[in-house]
Design a protein around this ligand. Structure first.
Ligand SMILES: Nc1ccn([C@H]2C[C@H](O)[C@@H](COP(=O)(O)OP(=O)(O)OP(=O)(O)O)O2)c(=O)n1
Length: 120
Protein backbone atom coordinates (compact mmCIF):
# COMPACT_ATOMS: atom_id res chain seq x y z
CA UNK A 1 0.00 0.00 0.00
CA UNK A 2 1.18 3.54 -0.72
CA UNK A 3 2.68 5.49 2.18
CA UNK A 4 0.32 8.25 3.28
CA UNK A 5 1.92 11.57 4.29
CA UNK A 6 0.10 11.43 7.64
CA UNK A 7 1.31 7.88 8.39
CA UNK A 8 2.58 7.69 11.95
CA UNK A 9 1.74 11.32 12.67
CA UNK A 10 -0.17 10.89 15.90
CA UNK A 11 1.39 14.26 16.73
CA UNK A 12 -1.16 16.31 14.79
CA UNK A 13 -3.00 18.31 17.43
CA UNK A 14 -6.31 20.15 17.35
CA UNK A 15 -7.61 18.50 14.22
CA UNK A 16 -10.43 20.65 12.85
CA UNK A 17 -13.66 19.60 11.19
CA UNK A 18 -12.58 21.81 8.27
CA UNK A 19 -9.37 19.76 7.87
CA UNK A 20 -11.27 16.47 8.01
CA UNK A 21 -13.82 17.79 5.52
CA UNK A 22 -11.08 18.83 3.07
CA UNK A 23 -9.18 15.53 3.40
CA UNK A 24 -12.35 13.50 2.91
CA UNK A 25 -13.38 15.55 -0.13
CA UNK A 26 -9.95 14.91 -1.66
CA UNK A 27 -10.12 11.20 -0.72
CA UNK A 28 -13.42 10.84 -2.58
CA UNK A 29 -12.38 13.06 -5.51
CA UNK A 30 -9.19 11.18 -6.41
CA UNK A 31 -11.05 7.86 -6.30
CA UNK A 32 -13.92 9.08 -8.46
CA UNK A 33 -16.30 8.38 -5.58
CA UNK A 34 -18.10 11.74 -5.47
CA UNK A 35 -20.86 10.19 -7.60
CA UNK A 36 -21.65 7.74 -4.78
CA UNK A 37 -21.48 10.29 -1.97
CA UNK A 38 -25.04 11.57 -2.19
CA UNK A 39 -26.63 12.77 1.07
CA UNK A 40 -28.79 9.65 1.30
CA UNK A 41 -25.92 7.24 0.64
CA UNK A 42 -23.75 8.96 3.22
CA UNK A 43 -26.57 8.85 5.76
CA UNK A 44 -26.96 5.09 5.20
CA UNK A 45 -23.21 4.60 5.52
CA UNK A 46 -23.26 6.65 8.73
CA UNK A 47 -26.05 4.55 10.22
CA UNK A 48 -24.18 1.38 9.24
CA UNK A 49 -21.13 2.58 11.13
CA UNK A 50 -23.26 3.50 14.16
CA UNK A 51 -24.37 -0.15 14.07
CA UNK A 52 -20.75 -1.32 14.05
CA UNK A 53 -20.05 1.02 16.96
CA UNK A 54 -23.00 -0.42 18.87
CA UNK A 55 -21.74 -3.97 18.30
CA UNK A 56 -18.63 -3.17 20.32
CA UNK A 57 -20.77 -2.45 23.39
CA UNK A 58 -23.35 -5.13 22.74
CA UNK A 59 -23.66 -7.71 25.57
CA UNK A 60 -20.86 -6.12 27.57
CA UNK A 61 -23.14 -4.76 30.27
CA UNK A 62 -22.36 -1.34 31.72
CA UNK A 63 -18.90 -0.02 30.87
CA UNK A 64 -16.84 2.16 33.19
CA UNK A 65 -15.77 5.62 32.08
CA UNK A 66 -12.23 5.56 30.71
CA UNK A 67 -12.64 1.88 29.77
CA UNK A 68 -10.15 0.73 32.43
CA UNK A 69 -10.66 -2.97 31.72
CA UNK A 70 -10.45 -2.86 27.94
CA UNK A 71 -7.47 -4.19 25.99
CA UNK A 72 -5.49 -1.86 23.72
CA UNK A 73 -6.92 -3.77 20.74
CA UNK A 74 -10.49 -3.20 21.90
CA UNK A 75 -9.79 0.50 22.43
CA UNK A 76 -8.25 0.77 18.99
CA UNK A 77 -11.31 -0.89 17.48
CA UNK A 78 -13.53 1.61 19.29
CA UNK A 79 -11.41 4.50 18.00
CA UNK A 80 -11.86 3.21 14.46
CA UNK A 81 -15.62 2.87 14.65
CA UNK A 82 -16.04 6.27 16.33
CA UNK A 83 -13.92 7.73 13.54
CA UNK A 84 -15.99 6.08 10.82
CA UNK A 85 -19.11 7.66 12.32
CA UNK A 86 -17.42 11.07 12.50
CA UNK A 87 -16.02 10.86 8.98
CA UNK A 88 -19.36 9.98 7.41
CA UNK A 89 -21.08 12.69 9.50
CA UNK A 90 -18.57 15.29 8.31
CA UNK A 91 -19.05 14.20 4.70
CA UNK A 92 -22.84 14.24 5.05
CA UNK A 93 -22.81 17.82 6.35
CA UNK A 94 -20.40 18.77 3.55
CA UNK A 95 -22.50 17.41 0.68
CA UNK A 96 -25.53 19.12 2.24
CA UNK A 97 -23.59 22.39 2.05
CA UNK A 98 -23.67 22.92 5.81
CA UNK A 99 -20.95 24.12 8.17
CA UNK A 100 -21.03 21.40 10.82
CA UNK A 101 -18.64 23.13 13.24
CA UNK A 102 -20.64 26.35 13.18
CA UNK A 103 -23.92 24.44 13.47
CA UNK A 104 -22.64 22.47 16.48
CA UNK A 105 -21.51 25.64 18.25
CA UNK A 106 -24.89 27.23 17.65
CA UNK A 107 -26.59 24.11 19.01
CA UNK A 108 -24.45 24.11 22.16
CA UNK A 109 -25.51 27.70 22.83
CA UNK A 110 -29.13 26.78 22.22
CA UNK A 111 -28.81 23.83 24.63
CA UNK A 112 -27.35 26.11 27.30
CA UNK A 113 -30.29 28.49 26.99
CA UNK A 114 -32.77 25.63 27.10
CA UNK A 115 -31.15 23.99 30.14
CA UNK A 116 -29.97 26.75 32.48
CA UNK A 117 -27.73 25.81 35.41
CA UNK A 118 -29.80 25.22 38.55
CA UNK A 119 -29.22 27.84 41.25
CA UNK A 120 -28.35 25.84 44.40
N1 LIG B 1 -17.41 5.15 -0.31
C1 LIG B 1 -16.67 5.25 0.80
C2 LIG B 1 -16.13 4.13 1.43
C3 LIG B 1 -15.37 4.30 2.56
N2 LIG B 1 -15.14 5.54 3.06
C4 LIG B 1 -14.36 5.73 4.27
C5 LIG B 1 -15.17 6.30 5.40
C6 LIG B 1 -14.97 5.34 6.56
O1 LIG B 1 -14.00 5.89 7.47
C7 LIG B 1 -14.38 4.09 5.95
C8 LIG B 1 -15.38 2.99 5.82
O2 LIG B 1 -14.76 1.93 5.16
P1 LIG B 1 -15.38 0.48 5.05
O3 LIG B 1 -16.67 0.56 4.31
O4 LIG B 1 -14.32 -0.41 4.54
O5 LIG B 1 -15.82 0.12 6.55
P2 LIG B 1 -14.92 -0.36 7.78
O6 LIG B 1 -13.68 0.45 7.86
O7 LIG B 1 -15.86 -0.30 8.96
O8 LIG B 1 -14.54 -1.84 7.42
P3 LIG B 1 -15.28 -3.18 7.89
O9 LIG B 1 -16.74 -2.97 7.53
O10 LIG B 1 -14.59 -4.24 7.08
O11 LIG B 1 -15.08 -3.29 9.36
O12 LIG B 1 -13.86 4.49 4.68
C9 LIG B 1 -15.67 6.64 2.40
O13 LIG B 1 -15.46 7.77 2.84
N3 LIG B 1 -16.42 6.48 1.29
Amino acid sequence: MEHHPLEGSKMVKDVSLQQLKDMLAEFARVRGWEQYHSPRNLLLALVGEVGELSEIFQWKGEVERGLPNWSPDDKEHLEEELSDVLLYLVQLADVCGLDLGQAALTKILKNARKYPINPT
